[in-house]
Design a protein around this ligand. Structure first.
Ligand SMILES: NC(=O)c1ccc[n+]([C@@H]2O[C@H](COP(=O)([O-])OP(=O)(O)OC[C@H]3O[C@@H](n4cnc5c(N)ncnc54)[C@H](OP(=O)(O)O)[C@@H]3O)[C@@H](O)[C@H]2O)c1
Length: 201
């Protein structure tokens, strides 16, 4: 699979690395420091084919796009990504730099900005170093996922499994709050059993 990364920071960089290690080709885009993208591309090229491109190239060439940004720069990113119609976008983003109206999720905010794309919320709950170091544990740690589109969710679920985490399916975006900043599953390294206990508490 070809995975476009828009926003190669802590999370975008970590996700690019684990996907490349799992055998996916990646396209890296968006950094104020072009050298950083080239350096990461050189590092990841030991695993798989890696390209550096513009956000629009990352979107157009990719089967799945990872959006990993601050909300403050998301509109700028959006304008540089071009046509996202029908694209699966993995939303890793947390609402630290935006005030959301009560009852609105960060995922809904992203879906509004990327109206023609399919948003799958995942890879937002774990500290980036855990993504790099805690895969394939026994028992596996969970990555919560929420999406309204089952086919898109299945594609991202397979990616989660391939990088050594247990898919914890919360259902549609109406349930996404459990994995967002104030939710019980947020910022915790959990096994399935521990997550079940937290949700049932
Ligand atoms: N850090 C974590 O462990 C973690 C865990 C889960 C979820 N998340 C969420 O994932 C998203 C990304 O977090 P992150 O820690 O990966 O962020 P980050 O390291 O700041 O990087 C995000 C992207 O934004 C760019 N960027 C940052 N500040 C910018 C600015 N002022 N102007 C233009 N570009 C800028 C970075 O490029 P440069 O190379 O130019 O900096 C990078 O491409 C956030 O919504 C965060 O809440 C983070």
């Amino acid at each position: 699979m070809k995975i476009g990364i828009v926003g190669v920071g802590n999370i975008g960089g970590a996700v690019a690395k684990i996907f490349a290690k799992a055998g996916h080709s990646v396209i890296l885009s968006w950094s104020r420091n072009p050298e950083k993208l080239q350096q990461l591309a050189a590092e990841l090229s030991q695993y798989q084919s890696v390209e550096v491109g513009t956000p629009a190239e990352a979107v157009q060439k990719a089967d799945v796009v990872v959006l990993s940004a601050k909300f403050a720069i998301m509109d700028d990113m959006r304008s540089q990504m071009g046509d996202v119609t029908g694209k699966i976008i993995i939303d890793t983003n947390n609402q630290y730099d935006i005030v959301l109206p009560e009852g609105k999720s960060a995922a809904q905010e992203v879906q509004e900005r990327f109206e023609s794309a399919t948003i799958v919320k995942a890879f937002n709950t774990l500290y980036f170093e855990f993504l790099l170091s805690k895969g394939f544990a026994s028992p596996r740690f969970i990555i919560p996922i929420s999406a309204d589109d089952e086919a898109a969710k299945a594609i991202v679920s397979k990616l989660i499994e391939e990088v050594g985490f247990d898919v914890y399916d919360l259902g549609g975006l109406e349930n996404v709050f459990a994995q967002e900043v104030t939710g019980p599953l947020y910022n915790k390294l959990l096994t399935r059993e521990q997550a079940d206990a937290l949700l049932n508490a």
